[in-house]
Design a protein around this ligand. Structure first.
Ligand code: G6P
Length: 462
């Protein structure tokens, strides 16, 4: 059994390297943003998998995040010690070393931490505009900060270890994946936990195993639709839609804990007969969501980032308790349900050439007829040792075509603005976003974003 010993960081900011065996005997994973409070869920998922021989997991974070990472490492080591499965766990601030050594690099970092997310959420609200982590002007600000850092990570990986897979959870996941595929040559697949959460929620409601369900998803990350739901090959979409139409507010399961609970109006589901991703609430029920966000500010709860800070403070206390050897219940209050499940499924298929269908963020090719072939979409793809290939879907229905194309244009303008530090493209991106109501407001929001994020946006400095 590996001991949960307190290992001092050495001069190059690493710990645990002495534990590493010289002979490679299995999969090596590097987790960028390893100090995240979500990491224990990932480790727990890796401990549950049988056929993937994991040799080591290396948590990587920036020096400012070292204390948090140490708490996470120590807790995760306890999870390992109390499980039947063993692998080496180490933590380092030396990204180079970790990248050079990995088969899989899991990216889950947040540039500027929760403080930056809190600013992303509160700036738009000042102007009566939705303030959210990944969609609208909040997601835009996050993308400007994150894209250059993600590209730098990919450049380093390409130089050190071009055979590795980069699995991207870093938000806004679709845009980051598209930037990586557009500007870098590394092997990248983007992931999100929402499609599998929708699938598991439907399976639970129908009292069937998720293994017999398959869903035709179409769209973009946090802007997708389950067009057909099949149980053992039989299309049961009308049944699921009926179920949703009759669902009372109380019965809504908080399938994605970070979004306020809301039902879908029957008239909406009649008009657009697909199961919308919960994030569609921001696009189709903007007024209701905005009222909820403003009410949270009024009643002192604060934006989601502020709420998450409070949850995290308590989570970290529990992680530090030596008696805590299982995942705390409190993790359920975070939005990341099933994120380790999709990560493990994907790594299994890639490493073992185990062919399966999964919803991922991947190059469109011919999957969605209304988007360019080189743009990134969130659709079912065939995964095996060669990577992910998007499955061609039926033509995108007119009812959602415009929204998907508009948001894709916004995403592409944002990516170009982030890479080039181009203020005009940044403003055009915000203007194109359906959640931003006018050019004057877009201009004001952009001014605030650039000013409040100046330390993270050197590309806009001139
Ligand atoms: C969902 C989304 C993630 C997002 C998370 C936020 O899982 O798919 O992209 O980061 O929720 O959850 P939080 O608890 O941090 O608000």
């Amino acid at each position: 059994m590996l001991e949960d010993q307190k290992i001092e960081y050495d001069q190059d900011n690493s710990i645990g390297w002495g534990l590493r065996s010289q002979m490679k005997s299995g999969i090596r994973i590097a987790v960028i943003g390893g100090g995240s409070s979500y990491t224990p869920e990932l480790i727990s998922g890796l401990l549950d998998v049988d056929d993937l021989a994991i040799e080591q997991v290396t948590l990587v974070d920036i020096p400012e995040g070292r204390d948090k990472m140490e708490i996470i490492r120590a807790f995760c080591q306890r999870l390992i010690d109390h499980s039947n499965k063993k692998f080496i766990l180490q933590a380092t601030c030396n990204r180079h070393q970790a990248l050079a050594d990995a088969d899989f690099v899991l990216s889950q970092f947040r540039v500027g931490g929760l403080n930056a997310r809190a600013r992303d959420e509160s700036i738009p609200l000042k102007y009566g505009v939705i303030g959210q982590e990944t969609v609208g002007a909040g997601g835009f600000a996050s993308a400007l900060r994150t894209i250059p850092v993600a590209l730098e990570l990919a450049r380093e990986l390409e130089e050190l270890n071009p055979a590795a897979w980069l699995i991207n959870f870093t938000n806004p996941s679709g845009m980051i994946t598209e930037a990586l595929l557009r500007y870098q040559g590394i092997r990248t697949i983007g992931l999100c936990n929402v499609p599998i959460t929708i699938e598991r929620t439907i399976a639970e409601a129908l009292h069937v195993s998720p293994d017999v369900i398959s869903i035709d998803f179409l769209g973009l990350n946090h802007l997708s639709f389950a067009r057909h739901v099949y149980v053992q090959g039989k299309d049961i979409t009308p049944l699921v839609l009926e179920f949703l139409k009759n669902m009372s507010q109380e019965a809504v399961k908080n399938s994605v804990a970070n979004i306020p609970k809301e039902t879908w109006a029957p008239y909406l589901l009649d008009a657009v007969p697909m199961i919308p991703n919960p994030y569609l609430q921001y696009y189709w029920n903007t007024d209701v969501m905005l009222r909820k966000q403003l009410a949270d500010i009024e009643n002192g709860k604060g934006t989601r980032a502020i709420q998450v800070m409070a949850i995290e403070a308590e989570l970290f206390k529990q992680y530090q308790n030596p008696q805590q050897v299982t995942l705390p219940e409190l993790l359920m209050q975070r939005g990341g349900a099933y994120y380790s499940t999709v990560a493990v499924m994907l790594m299994e298929s890639l490493a073992l050439n185990k062919r399966r269908e999964m919803v991922v963020n991947v190059k469109n090719d011919q999957a969605l007829d209304v988007l360019p072939a080189d743009s990134v979409v969130e659709v079912p793809a065939v995964i095996d040792g060669r990577g992910a290939r998007a499955i061609t879907m039926e033509p995108v229905p007119l009812e959602v075509k415009g929204l998907i194309q508009q948001v894709k244009a916004y995403e592409q303008l944002t990516i170009e603005a982030a890479v080039e530090g181009h203020r005009g493209k940044a403003l055009a991106a915000l203007l194109t976003n359906p959640l931003v109501p006018s050019s004057e407001i877009a201009h004001k929001i952009l001014d605030d974003i650039l000013r409040e994020n100046a330390a993270y946006l050197p590309q806009f400095a001139s």
